[in-house]
Design a protein around this ligand. Structure first.
Ligand code: SF4
Length: 372
């Protein structure tokens, strides 16, 4: 592994719950040359008749000739095979409460060990982590860590889970799968925080391995996906249905961007779709946009819009709708759908009080779905 315990600590790995910022990033300046890119063979590709390679991992379906980089910036044909260049090269490591993912119905006794590599298969114009997601692995400062070393480090820091977080884990699929397998053997649950832009076959491999999914449903129109996210809505809806069908823990998060995806009819349509396809128990988080990356000219989401979105979704029948990135808002808490009382009180990502008794409301005994 490319660091010792002292370097790791000095570099700032810490429990960080206050903001959506990586607690530790990349290689320490002056710690030596950047690690070489991985030559690990990628999964899910085919070689075309003309020798080019067609990636089958996500709906982008990249077709690349020898030496041409993929759209997600971390895959490339080399020596006639498709290579997962960021395998074993995380650029972000952190210890985070899972509430930061946001995961509110999947309680852990401690923090999760978060990990990410460079690259992304989408292009959200508001990305909070564009310094990693929109970069090649040659452009980020990376650790070198095998899956076994990730588990060892997570245990050393007494992590309660591994979370694939901060950038899109689909693009380092092979690394994620190997870490998830090792984590399962070590008794650590895993969490995938994803845009859900992945093809059905690799997703099926993940739903057999990963314990919890947080899917960013970034908006509810193909126009928004095309113009602001550089992707498509339909595959994400298919992902949500597949995760639900596989019976894995699932929470959904929608960042509301002023003027772009915050129209109330669109929010109504999203809530109706979630009710019909995932049921009333799926937790839904509406989070506040803060001006970032290419959308610095827009204001933060008005609180009133977040409140309207929450009210509309609850009216549609969703029982657990949250307000994110607004600390001390009543939408941070879990409210019992039976008696209307607060059963888990939060301040942002921090759980202040958890009154659940064996997963039920202490006042009216209504069962609150989740892993408690
Ligand atoms: S995973 Fe990457 S290489 Fe494969 S299709 Fe998607 S963007 Fe292209």
């Amino acid at each position: 592994m490319g660091m010792d315990r002292r370097t790791f600590l000095k570099a700032g790995v810490c429990a960080c719950g206050a903001t959506f910022l990586p607690a530790w990033v990349g290689r320490v300046p002056g710690a030596g040359a950047a690690p070489a890119l991985s030559d690990r063979e990628a999964s899910y590709y085919e070689v075309l008749a003309d020798g080019r390679i067609h990636c089958l991992l996500c709906p982008n379906g990249c077709v690349r000739a020898e030496g041409e980089r993929s759209r997600c910036l971390v895959r490339e044909p080399r020596g006639g095979k498709y290579r997962a260049l960021a395998y074993g090269l995380p650029c972000v490591l952190a210890m985070d409460p899972v509430e930061k993912c946001p995961l509110f119905h999947f309680r852990l006794p401690g923090n999760a060990f978060s990990i990410a590599t460079a690259g992304c298969n989408l292009g959200c114009q508001y990305c909070q982590n564009w310094q990693f997601s929109q970069k090649r692995p040659e452009e980020t400062r990376n650790f070198t860590m095998t899956p076994a070393e990730v588990i060892k480090k997570a245990k050393e820091y007494k992590a309660s889970a591994i979370s694939f977080f901060y950038t899109e884990p689909t693009i380092y699929f092979e690394y994620m799968v190997d870490i998830a397998r090792a984590a399962r053997q070590a008794g650590l649950p895993t969490v995938m925080v994803t845009g859900g832009y992945i093809n059905p076959a690799p997703l099926a491999e993940l739903t057999a391995l990963v314990d919890a999914f947080v899917v960013g449903l970034k908006g509810f129109s193909e126009d928004y996906y095309r113009q602001t996210v550089d992707g498509s809505l339909a595959p994400v809806l298919a992902t949500l249905k597949a995760i639900r069908k596989a019976g894995r823990h699932l929470e959904v998060v929608t960042l509301l961007v002023p003027t772009l995806n915050d129209r109330l009819p669109e929010i109504e349509a999203e809530a109706a779709w979630l009710m019909q396809n995932l049921g009333p128990d799926v937790p839904l988080h509406f989070t506040r946009f803060n001006p970032q990356f290419k959308l610095k000219g827009l204001p933060p989401t008005p609180i009133q819009v977040l409140e309207q979105a929450r009210a509309i979704s609850r009216k549609a029948g969703l029982k657990f709708v949250y307000t994110g990135n607004v600390p001390a808002h009543e939408g941070n808490h879990t409210w019992c759908p039976g008696c209307g009382k607060v059963v888990i009180e939060r301040l942002g990502f921090q759980v202040l009080r958890n009154d659940l008794a064996n997963g039920t409301c202490p006042h009216c005994k209504t069962a609150i779905p989740g892993r408690w």
